[in-house]
Write a protein that binds this ligand. Structure first.
Ligand code: ARG
Length: 460
């Protein structure tokens, strides 16, 4: 059995094949290569400045790391499972390229602070990329909202017709949700942006390292204060996954609405050919698969959060190899979320809105009943509860007659409440109903116009 060339000194024999397999993370942590090289370069620069290594060794290492970056980016470096992880693969390649000087890279450092640093950098990059993607999705929502700021559709509660609303208002609801997701991402970024590097294995190092310098070089706000915490904390990753989970749930609600709206029963929207799929047996089908998958992938993103929290739950300080299990859930959730946001953005961009179907839907379910009750309160000074009762009776009459509230005659209305007069009809149209909702944050087209402009200012 071959011994590990990176840490095999005190071993008489090498690891069993199965040990090698359970121990290796290179298959997935190779995704950290950019961050790992950035982290190593910052460390070497600091070692140089602190005169912990010689200028000659330092520049050999820096050049070697640059070359390895290119080799990995161009697919020239073959990773080896025997070398366990991305850190040892890179260090081993460095040895091949520059010889013994490579051995000085790991001075005053451990893989424990190294991986903690790399992973924070990776999550930070991902947070930044997701923020841009969410911004693009907000832009797509705002664009649809602008085209349809006054398009009316039934607003629902309990999935039942409630009151007329504007499509622009509905789009803006999601703009706000995504705005909070972005603000959660930004909070998470602030808390994770502290640097573990220089904490070494767990206790710090006896070399005169400058942790402020490496933190600064890597764009962190400051070094982490406690070395035990620095190497073992993964709450930054759990926080990222919590934010990802909430975002995924928000997006899943949007996806669910698209699925409903695209169904023939609603018919509110038509997805473009590029964002619909056919059925292998039913030729008539246009399925909203991307929206369904956006909804479905929420499952694995929530699962990732659960998986990581359970990994961390029972661990004593400081590092334990369990922590190697932190990466796959984060990578998988980040990939899924990236895909979901991109798909929803594309789908929304060329989605057609069917105004006629929305108006037809307004004809069902008496969505101006509240307007009628409010009119009875305002004009006849009925207590709201009485107005509610009178309106209920009128709804019942319209239901029996098979017509809308506005189609009842004045005399039919007066049979229920004799003081009702002609002006009641002015509040029974869908347009009038929506236009009257002018309270702060309401659905009136005029307010929606202003809110769209404000949202562009705030988010784009
Ligand atoms: N591949 C390891 C991980 O992801 C790197 C840290 C290894 N540290 C150790 N003490 N064996 O956690």
């Amino acid at each position: 059995m071959k011994k590990s060339k990176m840490w095999g000194g005190r071993f008489a024999a090498g690891p069993a094949d199965i040990m090698e397999r359970i121990n290796a993370s290179i298959e997935f942590d190779q995704r950290l290569f950019k961050q790992d090289i950035a982290c190593s370069k910052a460390h070497v620069k600091m070692l140089l400045d602190q005169c912990i290594i010689s200028g000659d060794d330092g520049s050999k290492i820096l050049n070697g790391l640059d070359q390895i970056l290119v080799e990995i980016e161009t697919g020239k470096l073959q990773f080896q499972v025997e070398l366990e992880d991305i850190h040892l693969n890179i260090e081993s390649r460095l040895k091949e390229l520059i010889g013994d000087a490579a051995g000085r890279l790991h001075t005053a450092r451990s893989r424990n602070d190294q991986v903690a640093t790399d992973f924070r950098l990776w999550v930070r990059d991902t947070v930044d990329q997701l923020d841009l993607q969410l911004r693009d999705l907000q832009a797509a929502l705002i664009a649809q909202g602008e085209s349809h700021f006054d398009t009316l559709l039934p607003g629902l509660t309990h999935l039942q017709p409630a009151q007329p609303i504007t499509f622009g208002h509905h789009m803006l609801a999601y703009v706000e949700m995504l705005g909070r997701d972005r603000s959660r991402l930004s909070d998470c970024r602030k808390r994770l942006n502290e640097c573990p590097l220089g904490s070494a294995a767990l206790a710090g190092t006896s070399f005169p390292v400058d942790r402020n310098a490496t933190a600064l070089l890597l764009g962190f706000d400051r070094p982490m204060l406690n070395s035990l915490d620095a190497v073992s904390a993964r709450d930054f990753a759990a926080e990222f996954l919590s934010v990802a989970a909430i975002t995924a749930v928000n997006l899943s609600r949007f996806a669910e609405e698209i699925v409903l709206w695209a169904s023939p029963q609603f018919g509110f929207v038509e997805l473009s050919d590029s964002f619909s799929t056919g059925s292998s047996i039913m030729p008539q089908k246009r399925n909203p698969d991307a929206a369904e998958l956006a909804r479905g992938k929420t499952g694995r993103i929530l699962g990732a959060l659960q998986a990581l929290l359970v990994v961390i739950k029972g661990l004593p300080l400081a590092y334990a190899k369990d922590l190697q299990e932190d990466k796959e859930p984060v990578f998988d959730a980040a990939d899924s979320l990236t895909l979901v946001i991109a798909a929803l953005t594309g789908m929304l961009g060329d989605m057609k809105i069917n105004k006629d179907a929305m108006v037809a839907a307004l004809e069902e379910g008496f969505p101006t009943a509240t307007d009628l009750a409010d009119w009875l309160v305002r004009e006849l000074d009925l207590p709201f509860r009485d107005a509610h009762h009178v309106t209920g009776v009128l709804v019942r009459s319209a239901e029996i007659k098979g017509c809308g509230l506005a189609d009842l005659s004045l005399s039919e209305m007066q049979k229920v409440e004799k003081r009702i007069n002609d002006s009641v009809f002015s509040v029974l149209s869908f347009e009038a109903s929506a236009a009257s909702r002018t309270s702060f944050g309401g659905t009136a087209p005029q307010l929606v116009c202003e809110a769209l402009a404000a949202a562009k200012e705030r988010y784009l």
